[in-house]
Design a protein around this ligand. Structure first.
Ligand code: ADP
Length: 309
């Protein structure tokens, strides 16, 4: 069966106040992928995930999870997905062990098939199994929520901003575990605003903006869609404003002695840009160049378009 892990067709959401959060999203998330769903604040990422989670009712269109339509087969659809929510919400007076047992009960997982200790071990919380959840650190709570999303062994795991507020070391631990799950066959969908993270983890990325899909491609192809190159220039005297360079796409004054200059390598080159800086009376101390990264692609696709209604 070649049905994708998730298929959204014309997915539309208009909130009660009239805000059109999703304007007909068409999106396929292939089975076996690590898929990044990116977009600026207010783009519609949470709305999309909340529709999949059954927390928000769509206005129109359809959503299928592992081949199950969320309207026609809601139980099967729900059983096919585990969602790690953005907020750290759970009952502080249950222990991690109890939290997972309760969740397994809600999903009708028979006692003999529960993997409570195995899951706690996997997220390195086995020594915290029987303490009150309220005593866990932010990173531990996040990992408990990952374990909670996995009690019913869903083929699709969605992580909504999973590393917000999680320190670097634990972030690594979380990603290692997510990679393991992926290697064992789980399809992973994540939203994150850490673009570097998405760039290194995801094999496909969709970018949504103002409730519409503006890009959807393999990560490597997405990075190749821009001809942008970036020059990072240290100058010899404080600048009050960035110099105007007409051949460049943007000139940003990062601090008084540092310029970040983006240009299209198909129309100009670094030598010409630096000559332009000299001609503008700017003394150059150091220069480095890099190819555009996901952040540049993201900004190009999501900036400058005015917010509709
Ligand atoms: P994202 O997760 O990408 O930041 P959201 O899906 O949270 O975006 O929001 C998309 C749009 O819908 C935003 O303009 C937001 O203000 C609006 N929105 C989200 N939730 C509600 C709600 N419950 N009622 C009204 N508008 C909402």
């Amino acid at each position: 069966m070649s049905e994708p892990a998730i298929r959204l067709t014309g997915l539309t959401k208009t909130y009660a106040g009239g805000k059109q959060a999703l304007k007909g999203i068409d999106l396929e998330i292939p089975r076996g992928s690590i898929f990044g769903l990116l977009g600026p604040n207010g783009a519609g990422k949470s709305t999309t995930i909340n529709i999949l989670a059954g927390l928000v009712n769509k206005t129109a269109g359809s959503a299928r999870i592992w081949g199950f339509d969320i309207d026609e087969h809601p139980r099967n659809a729900k059983a096919s997905i585990g969602i790690v929510p953005q907020e750290l919400v759970f009952d502080a007076f249950f222990t991690p062990f109890e939290t997972l047992e309760l969740q397994a009960g809600l999903f009708g997982v028979p006692k003999a098939k529960r993997r409570t200790m195995e899951l706690l071990k996997a997220v390195r919380l086995e020594d915290k199994a029987h303490v009150y959840s309220r005593t866990l650190s932010g990173g531990m709570k996040r990992r408990l929520l990952v374990a909670k999303a996995l009690v019913h062994n869903p083929p699709v795991l969605v992580l909504d901003e999973p590393t917000a507020g999680v320190d670097i070391e634990l972030r690594q631990l979380l990603w290692d575990y997510v990679r393991d799950l992926h290697a064992q066959g789980t399809t992973i969908v994540l939203t994150t605003h850490y673009l570097e993270e998405a760039e290194s983890l995801c094999d496909r990325i969709a970018i949504i903006n103002h409730g519409e899909v503006v890009a959807n491609d393999e990560t490597s192809k997405l990075l190749g869609t821009t001809g942008d190159k970036v020059l990072d220039v240290v100058v010899d005297a404080d600048l009050a404003a960035p110099p105007a360079l007409v051949t460049c796409k943007s000139v940003e004054l990062k601090d008084p002695r540092r310029l970040i200059i983006t240009f299209d390598k198909r129309t100009t080159n670094a030598g010409a840009v630096l000559a332009g800086l000299s001609a503008a009376g700017v003394g150059i101390i150091d220069v480095s160049t890099r190819e555009a990264d996901l952040e540049d692609v993201f900004l190009e696709l999501t900036s400058g378009k005015s917010a509709a209604a």
